[in-house]
Design a protein around this ligand. Structure first.
Ligand code: ADP
Length: 398
């Protein structure tokens, strides 16, 4: 089935037109600066130069309109008619009570409105993207695939915070996790590579990008994950702090007279690799600075590595038996250095990699040493394909 996959941010819209069975990508691109001066679309068709149009786009509806115009363009486009698009799959970061891929209707939109409080940067864009598509192609099936869905299996003992229970029952405060589409894709891919039934697979999935998270997957279902109520908890990220003592928030807040919103910005945008190194949020920049002898960059890098290592240890203990560890995301897929450092010294847990297989590797492949009890894989993530497959399933079962 040919599906248009949309990933709408607050001021951006990433898209891919993809076949959900073969995984063939007909075209993809990015619209940026929606609602801001200088908006543009960059469209890529395999084998062609990127096609760029600069046009002010005041809203997501206008952005979707431009997207359709480009998809239909005689020279640069990839479809002849909007009817060629059989369905649209939307990535949604936070689904609140929606955990399964779901056909969009008014009730679904209401739930996504409610979930804005948990994903204020992401959910408004997703809603606007859905409404934009609905306005321009009424009646076409729109399916949402939520990033929190894969984590909805996490049992209460791992999902709840140790705060008064009423905040869970009344305010729905719990660990929802994030990156679930990627963790699910990586889990299924690992099962495929191991020729194992996913329901019999225990795997630690490690997604390391600008945002980073790690999941303990037990018998194919998520048992624990590092991100929490929002994508701020867990690993050290590009600009996010990850785990910290909650007292840090009110201590700094009181000391510097910062509002909740200011603390939110400090922890989400000014922390992580950027905050500690003072150099960059980008893993490559920080690695280069550390190699050049920058002490703070080195500390940031070591914090990043050790935090992942610590979670692998914790999740090995929680799972009891670990069949595999699989790396994805810009850092997990591309940095042999990060993988080697993270797994260094974990031989006691039955984990060791073969440097000859790891060095320079960026593609889907196994990198474990022959005697490693736990198998280690690079499993480049493909969230768009996962969304397309889930969308196909919903549309076919309408
Ligand atoms: P996002 O969470 O924004 O999708 P990505 O998954 O694209 O992020 O990952 C971005 C991160 O991947 C950046 O920190 C970047 O430095 C890192 N990265 C990309 N390529 C490499 C590489 N070859 N070596 C090390 N890090 C890399």
């Amino acid at each position: 089935m040919d599906i248009l996959v949309l990933n709408s941010g607050s001021s951006s819209l990433k898209y891919q037109y993809i076949n959900s069975v073969s995984g063939k990508v007909y075209g993809k691109g990015l619209i940026e600066r929606i609602g801001i001066e200088g908006s543009n679309i960059e469209h890529k068709k395999p084998g062609s130069e990127p096609y760029v149009i600069e046009r002010y786009l005041p809203s997501h509806t206008e952005a979707v309109k431009l997207l359709f115009e480009v998809l239909l363009d005689k020279e640069h486009g990839i479809i002849n008619n909007l009817d060629d698009i059989q369905a649209i799959g939307h990535r949604v970061v936070h689904g609140a009570s929606i955990t399964e891929p779901t056909l969009v209707n008014d009730e679904v939109l209401e739930t996504l409105e409610f979930a804005k409080r948990f994903a204020p940067l992401h959910n408004p864009g997703a809603i606007a993207g859905i409404q934009g598509v609905e306005a321009l192609t009424p009646g076409k099936p729109n399916v949402i695939v939520v990033d929190t869905g894969f984590h909805s299996d996490i049992p209460q003992e791992n999902a709840l915070y140790a705060i008064p229970y009423k905040y869970y029952t009344e305010d729905k405060i719990k660990r929802y996790g994030a990156h679930g589409i990627s963790h699910k894709y990586v889990t299924l891919k690992t099962a495929e590579l191991m020729e194992k039934d996913p329901e019999e697979l225990n795997v630690i999935t490690v997604h390391l990008g600008n945002g980073a998270s790690i999941s303990a997957v037990k018998n194919g279902h998520c048992y624990d994950t590092s991100m929490g109520l929002t994508p701020l908890e867990g690993l050290v990220m590009g600009t996010r702090s990850g785990d910290l003592d909650p007292a840090v928030v009110f201590t700094i807040g009181k000391q510097h007279d910062l509002s909740y919103d200011q603390m939110d910005t400090l922890l989400n945008k000014e922390s992580g690799l950027l905050g500690v190194s003072g150099i960059s949020s980008d893993f490559r920049d920080v690695t280069e600075a550390a190699e050049a002898g920058n002490e703070r960059a080195q500390i940031a890098l070591d914090m990043f590595i050790n935090r992942v290592k610590k979670y692998i240890g914790a999740y090995s203990a929680l799972l009891g038996r670990v069949d595999a560890i699989s790396f994805a995301g810009g850092i997990g897929e591309n940095s042999d250095f990060a993988r080697a450092e993270i797994l260094k010294g974990l031989e006691n847990l039955g984990i060791s990699i073969d440097p000859a297989l790891n060095d320079g590797a960026r593609e889907e492949k196994e990198i474990s040493a022959k005697d490693s009890k736990v198998r280690v894989f690079i499993t480049p993530t493909n969230e768009e394909l996962m969304i397309a497959r889930e969308t196909q399933y919903i549309v076919e079962n309408l």
